[in-house]
Design a protein around this ligand. Structure first.
Ligand SMILES: [Zn+2]
Length: 200
């Protein structure tokens, strides 16, 4: 009895220490779930390990495993990151990321490391790489913050351009209005100039 009580106390003492070591939490992101910083993370810091059983492509049953959390170490070894314990699987892709994957094929380990100073509340992300991008993101359009911002900017620019074109056309129509009308009366073929059919 005394033993288990002290054990419980020990756990209570250890738990917050473990919890406070973590600099991230799983949270809601724009595209589903994501991993977010809970503390300032300095550039260059290892944030989390991308963890899971190691699959050997030379073993057919292991080579057959298919899910979207597979992290290829090299031609032979792949980490199956679909396990619950692997919180790094929540990290979303970004084309302008604040972290990167530090791949160590010899140790068969992958760490996610900050490449910028990350502030509490920031979503942590890394670039999944060209192959993943082409296979999964390009067909549906990348929804990373950088691409969303780019798209928004392009849409805004297109809106401004359309408004300009419209204003220009209106000004032109206003200016040319009386003249065009006169011209039409003079030669009767003002429209024909444009499509060439009226001459025939
Ligand atoms: Zn993107």
């Amino acid at each position: 009895m005394r033993h288990s009580a002290s054990f419980a106390v020990l756990i209570l003492l250890i738990m917050p220490a473990i919890a406070s070591q973590k600099s991230y939490r799983v949270g809601r992101s724009k595209t589903g779930l994501g991993l977010f910083a809970t503390k300032p993370i300095k550039k260059g810091t290892r944030i989390i390990r991308y963890y899971g059983p190691i699959l050997d492509s030379r073993i057919p049953e292991q080579d057959d495993i298919e899910n979207k959390y597979l992290f290829e170490l090299n031609g032979r070894w792949t980490i199956d990151g679909s396990v619950r314990k692997n919180l790094a699987r929540y990290i979303n892709h970004s084309c302008r990321p604040n972290a990167e994957s530090d791949v160590r094929p010899r140790e068969r380990k992958v760490f996610i490391r900050a490449i910028k100073n990350i502030e509490p509340g920031d979503e942590i992300n890394y670039d999944y790489g060209t192959d993943y991008f082409k296979a999964y993101l390009k067909p549906i359009g990348c929804k990373c913050p950088s691409c969303e911002t780019k798209r928004k900017k392009l849409r805004a620019e297109a809106r401004v351009e359309r408004a300009k074109v419209k204003a220009r056309a209106e000004r032109k129509a206003q200016k040319a209005g009386p003249k065009a009308a006169k011209k039409k009366k003079l030669n009767g073929h003002a429209v024909g100039k444009k499509n060439g059919r009226a001459r025939a």
